[in-house]
Ligand binder design. Sequence first.
Ligand code: EPU
Length: 442
Amino acid sequence: MPYYGGMSDRPNAFVIHGGTILAGDVVLRGSKNAASKAMVASLLTEDACVIENIPFSEETAITRELCERIGSAVSFEDDHICRMTTPRIREHSVPELSRRNRIPILAIGPLLARGGVAEVPFLGGDPIGHRPIDFHLEALTRMGATIERREHSYHASASRLTGADIVLPFPSVGATESVLLTAVLAHGRTTVENAAVEPEVQNLIAMLQGMGAVISADAAAKRLEIEGVAALHGVRHRVISDRNEAVSFAVAALATGGNILLRGADAAHLAAFVAILEQMGGRVTEEKGGLLFAPAERWARIAVETAPHPGFMTDWQQPLAVLLTRAAGTSILHETVYEDRLGYLRDMGRMGARVDVSDECPEGRPCRFAGRSFNHVARITGPTALHGIDLAITDIRAGMAHVIAALSATGTSVISGIAHLDRGYEKLDERLRGLGADITRV
Ligand code: EPU
């Protein structure tokens, strides 16, 4: 079964003539990975919720379909506003929804809180590693749920949800969100150690607090404490701007030699990216209403390691890789969050990049993948000039890296499989054209 679909009636390739300089300004949309969680959070109350800054991407459309099946009335309005009301849970069992994203597992907590039963399909999402959900299932079980794995779904039931002390083996974004969405209406106190504290998680916490949840978060200590309450109420909540979109647009301009102003960018959320960019010689300044990025005279090589927040995000290494092909010398990219997220570099090699991928951690930097034969370290030697090719993309961030590579390359590229990009980037081609890109959807 394909893990992503639904776009078959739309054009499915980009034709890109590379080599033009991208420059100007772009308004960032709301975060894909915060918006979908906010929609699920609204299932926790029968009151109306208003979610501002919703991106109109396939991810929110897929999440809307899930919530509507469950019983929500959802409207997407002008100015990126989403109104959602779930007066009652009409359907607690939605196993037949196809495996198109990672969101259904998060609905288990709200469904259990409101009706004691939940059945959701196995997850989809990008093929970037094994992506287990054992932390979610373990935490839900500790909070009183009984979970059964069926042929195509997880079936959960709970007569009473109770608080628990949870220590996550890794600060998983999804598992932390699962716990939050379950603990807020559970009886008693829940603590989470080694919690994810990504801005998207903090945005979810802010929404839940706005709904009446009692949560305290110590981001530096990666610790959360949640005191369950009897009911939550409606809220008006704003989704943070998309950090992945920010990095994608910034690198697209920089790799072609242009300056770009990202309107709505939050410097604090992008600090780890800005630090790496400045080490490479790029210039970043805070302007009124956004962040201005300017290219280096001569890009310098770097060593970068992906990590949970506040580290350098795993979703940023793919666009960055394009810039590393411009840097003089050998840069090192060490992916420590997902074990299989460097496959896209093969196509980058076909475009002319000098790339060497290995399963050995850089000297003195062992990570949890050490000795496990995962190809998670790349050495990229530059500067090299890229040239256009035809390629098919298989996941959203890798796909974006290929689009950026094609924009900065000489010649023409035809990139198919762009439904992956539509899942997370609203009107990507139109917005890139606004910056001067020669990109057409065919
Ligand atoms: N993990 C487990 N067991 C679990 C959960 C996670 O072993 O039960 C492992 C994963 O396999 C991975 C690591 O923990 O190696 C981190 O996974 P995490 O749970 O943090 O990721 P996620 O919640 O599935 C979200 C974003 C990803 C983003 C990661 C890391 C959404 C829908 N997805 O995934 O975004 O890369 O956090 O920040 O929020 C994307 O947008 O392209 C994307 C993949």
